[in-house]
Ligand binder design. Structure first.
Ligand code: IVH
Length: 687
């Protein structure tokens, strides 16, 4: 290295450190204080500068660099980790009398009245974070309370959680517990997108947060915008010895850069606790996230020790849960909607009423059993609840207010759209006329063209309806046989829009296999499962031949989904459709990346794009150099030394022990040849 090189490298090191510091500060201002200091563009410009410098000088990359939040590697399962101390649950109650009884038990146990800390009870997923030397080491879900899933890769993408702690934090091991949640607005956005592509909405932010934390692909997690509030600090060292109350420890967490919810109070006497509870009962809708109650904790740790634990929960804390919000309204009608898979869903049409901050006009009735359970009659007065759930639910019917002569709601025996007798499978009704039933045909096409599927948004519902009415199409494969002459007969379509439409249809042939699979709309197979199946089987051909056993082997595919996949392939119409689509040039496999001529397709999927890899050792299926070529063709960058920004260390036999050791120390994922080949769609191979 020349002197000039060395000084360039040194100044880049300082610039990298400065950028990391600044970007982390901006992240905190944005995600924790909710007060951005710079615009999104300015932030992106700084982030790009950092990315470029880190690519040029990988050795200077910092472990807490915001670029390490990007996510990328796909895991084949989660490691289990045992909790240092069990993650207990809380006793809970809906009654003020029981809160008072809890207070009295505390007085009895201690011989005097304790002071309490009170906090919101966040309706999310519990998480345990471990730091040492001020660096995030790993993060574990609650699991069964004794051990949970190591979800570090996913947690790294949560911008609100620091990867490195401020200089005032101790270097001793620390454990922080908190709640991961999804802001309500993101659930609304995601559900809106799902509705557009005909998918079932998620019921509430908690379910989606929990499902997201357990995804194996952290790049998907990153886009889900999870956030977190921390509520417990444990660890060793003199600093914690000096801070033996809950409120002091919350202040420490806040000072070290953790997200701590500001809506908390304490230390305060019991009367203050009741005020806090009633204050937030009326204000919970003001919060951008869901809470399901308030947690009340004895503030002093010495007192906590005296009070102790039951087998399941501490005696020094209790949750007061808010009742679900309920209102009464009238049932005007029940619609029976046929979805793209033929499922018939009863939907209650209600007199509009406000509940939990939104006006509700519709509620799902799920199935016939639910209608029977409620003994629902047209014109009934019903109670509607919206707890943590976004989708309102009819919980009660009030027969005493039933208008005279009103008729019970009957589930139809025939499809409301095509009059085919309905099938009943496991209490759900289906119209079996998949080929011709109009809402099913339209629903499948709408799903196929949706943005997250084939992205043919020029084909709106109006155009699809016209194409169907004029018998120009009946299934997705027909779209690829449309031409300008036939399209010219449609209403409100000029030459330009026809041209654009045909171009978009052509361009959709480059959509990767995983999205084509999603577009085909197999029942119960959403975006994530499509990706997993595409990667696991590599091609439609292989997926179509898979038996139940090999489908269930795939992570995230349960028995029910496996049956549905088998049923889809058993239908000759579906077989014909995907084979026609394949013949028309749609991607029905993950392209083989071995260096065959013609492999320079710029649209080819690059499963390792953005990943940096080190290859070490001897490999069973190919020479090391050949493997490197393969990795680079798949978009990866192969480097020679293990550093903090590495995505994977790929090891064969006789891999360098120092590389392995360094990777383990830095928490880099170590994978074998089979894992990589599978990722590149080169299965079947032994795992
Ligand atoms: S303290 C011994 N504080 O509620 C457990 N928990 O039902 C101490 N939760 O598993 C937990 N907000 O996931 C505590 N401010 C808060 C909380 C909170 C939500 C969750 C947590 C816990 C569950 C217990």
């Amino acid at each position: 290295m020349t002197l000039i090189d060395r000084s360039a490298s040194e100044s880049s090191k300082h610039r990298i450190q400065e950028l990391v510091r600044q970007l982390n500060e901006h992240n905190r201002a944005y995600y924790i204080q909710d007060q951005p200091l710079i615009s999104d563009q300015e932030f992106d410009a700084l982030l790009r500068e950092l990315e470029e410098l880190e690519t040029r000088f990988p050795d200077w990359a910092e472990p807490d660099s915001p670029t390490r939040r990007v996510g990328g590697g796909v895991l084949d399962g989660f490691e289990q980790r045992k909790h240092r101390r069990p993650m207990l649950s809380l006793g809970n109650t809906y009654s003020e009398a029981e809160i008072l009884a809890f207070h009295e038990r505390c007085i009895k146990g201690l011989g005097y009245e304790p002071l309490y800390s009170v906090e919101l009870k966040i309706d999310g997923v519990a998480l345990s974070l471990h730091y040492q030397d001020r660096i995030l080491q790993y993060a574990v879900t609650r699991g069964d309370g004794v051990q949970g899933d190591d979800v570090t890769a996913n947690v790294r993408t949560i911008e609100a959680l620091p990867l490195r702690l401020g200089p005032d934090a101790p270097t001793d091991p620390l454990e922080i517990r908190g709640e991961v949640y999804l802001p309500r607005a993101y659930l609304t956005r995601i559900n809106h997108e799902r509705a557009l592509s005909g998918e079932e909405p998620y019921a509430n932010p908690r379910n989606l947060a929990s499902g997201t934390l357990k995804l194996l692909d952290s790049s998907v997690v990153r886009h889900r915008r999870l956030s977190a509030w921390c509520y417990q600090l444990d660890g060793e060292g003199p600093l914690l010895q000096k801070n033996q109350t809950h409120h002091q420890r919350m202040a420490l967490l806040q000072a070290w850069g953790f997200p701590v919810c500001e809506h908390r109070a304490g230390p305060l006497p019991f009367e203050g606790v009741l005020d806090f509870i009633s204050q937030w009962q009326g204000r919970r809708q003001e919060l951008p996230f869901d809470i399901d109650g308030v947690v009340l904790k004895v503030d002093d740790f010495g007192q906590r020790e005296e009070l102790g634990y039951t087998a399941k929960s501490p005696r020094w804390a209790i949750a007061y849960k808010y009742p679900a919000q309920s209102v009464r309204t009238r049932l005007l009608d029940v619609l029976f909607q046929v979805g793209r898979t033929g499922a018939v869903t009863p939907v209650a049409c209600l007199e509009p009423v406000e509940v939990a901050g939104t006006v509700v006009k519709r509620a799902s009735l799920y199935n016939e059993a639910e209608i029977r359970r409620l003994d629902l009659h047209l014109g009934d007065t019903v109670s509607l609840e919206k707890g943590g759930d976004i989708i309102p639910k009819i919980t009660d019917v009030h027969p005493e207010q039933r208008p005279a002569g009103s008729l019970p709601v009957q589930f139809p025996r025939f499809c409301p759209d095509c009059e085919t007798p309905l099938d009943c499978i496991e209490a759900l009704h289906y119209c079996p006329n998949h080929r011709l039933c109009p809402p099913q045909v339209l629903g499948r096409l709408e799903h196929f063209v949706a943005r997250k599927a084939m992205n043919l948004e020029h084909l709106g519902t109006e155009t699809l309806l016209q194409l169907l009415q004029q018998k120009m199409i009946s299934d997705p494969a027909d779209l690829y046989e449309l031409d300008a002459v036939r399209l010219a007969s449609l209403e409100r379509t000029g030459d330009k829009s026809i041209q654009r439409l045909l171009e978009a249809i052509q361009a959709s042939k480059a959509v990767p296999f995983e999205r084509v699979l999603f577009a085909l709309g197999l029942r119960g197979i959403g975006e994530v499962a499509s990706k997993t199946l595409a990667r696991h089987f590599g091609s439609m051909e292989k997926l179509s031949m898979a038996d139940k056993e090999s489908l269930i082997e795939v992570h995230e595919i349960g028995e029910k989904s496996a049956d549905q996949i088998l049923a889809w392939f058993a239908d000759p119409l579906n077989q014909r459709m995907w084979q026609r689509l394949q013949a028309m040039g749609l991607c029905m496999s993950i392209p083989q990346t071995n260096s065959s001529p013609g492999n320079d397709d710029p649209n080819a999927p690059r499963p390792l794009a953005g990943c940096t890899l080190v290859v070490s050792g001897k490999f069973a299926n190919m020479e090391r150099e050949a493997l490197k070529v393969l990795l680079e063709e798949a978009g990866g960058t192969v480097v020679s030394s293990v550093g903090p920004r590495l995505t994977y260390l790929v090891t064969g036999s006789d891999a360098g022990p120092s590389k392995l050791e360094k990777a383990q120390k830095l928490g880099i994922q170590v994978v074998n040849e089979a894992f990589i080949l599978e990722l590149l769609g080169k299965s079947p191979l032994p795992l």
